[in-house]
Write a protein that binds this ligand. Sequence first.
Ligand SMILES: [Zn+2]
Length: 406
Amino acid sequence: MIKKASLLALVICLLLTVLSPSLVQAQTGLTLLSSSAQVEFPSRLIFNLSAESDVNITDIRLCYTVDRVSFAQVTSEVYIEFMPTTTVDVSWTLEMVRIGGLPPGSSMEYWWTVEDAKGEKIETIPAQLQFNDTRYSWDSLTEGKVTIYWYEGGESFAQELMAAAQQALTKLGQDTGAELEKPVKLYIYADAQDLQGAMIYPQEWTGGVAFTRYGIIAIGIAPDNLSWGKRAIAHELAHLVIHQMTLNLYSGLPTWLDEGLAMYAEGPLVPLYKAYLDKAIAENSLISVRSLSSPFSAYAEESLPSYAQSYSLVEFLIGSYGQDKMLELLLTFEQGSSYDEALEKVYGFDMDGLDALWRDYVTMPTQPVEKELMPPALIGVLSALATVLLLWLGLVIEDWAWRRGW
Ligand SMILES: [Zn+2]
């Protein structure tokens, strides 16, 4: 959301730019001695400036803009506190706890304005700054619009992940018509613990995060956990593609569609989720489409049935009505449509209508073929085993980015 204060700052900075477009160095005594910035990932960014003049320097401001998708260029302006004097050395720290953190590889532009008692003014040329996680030494691999950064595991590990990313994008295009619009950076941490070390507010069970507005994904994938990693990449990439495509000023996507498409991009449901879905169908305890439109439970285990049922809803829509309709639905959401209006326009039914049709679909006698092949007791055992394994590895994927508006 664009805050009024930021808008004001933007206006002020734009005004300064307009009033002195080429004013990098004043003609008289006011001189910029040095300007620098230090990255202390993930906690802070420190900006430093030295300047001198033949009269007191009276006003110093730092302006910065973070590179991310938004509806207006938002510039933050910081008034630096200092004692007016002829030679100044100032620094200002952007504490990430104040802004919720920035993802690895995100970038920003910053510049200073300095004014002295005679009214002379300097505005520095904007400098680019990358908020890189320098705690690790990263290798990189690029194919098309995807770049993978990793530091543990060999070249073949990265190539396998890249192949999975490209396959996921192809499948997503075939299923929904959605395509990656802008480049994406994938940061592969060596495990969930390393990933959590890169976040300001880590969740114990976060295995992957899509910072959709930055075009950045961070996932913890151990080289010996490749199959999970491939699914995680497909899941987070799907979020990123869908959000790039549907971002608008007015409304978001219903959670079941967002998560359902990401689950669908992974491939067939894994046994754990399948067991939750089958259980809900058998016990007639499916969650309503309206409830699934709101954010899921923050507790991993409680949210699992919601993920499984969202997959089922998307599978139903794509399987029954095809890719064209799904693409049309996404493009309708891009226009800022409400959930009911979008469904009504594309499919001819609202959320309640979808709910009824989907329940008929999943309870059709021909549907649960796999259920007959797998005794209920075995489903229970598999479910319990998978839960323990998944929680132990800390690999439940979540998408705090979208819900928190990163
Ligand atoms: Zn997700």
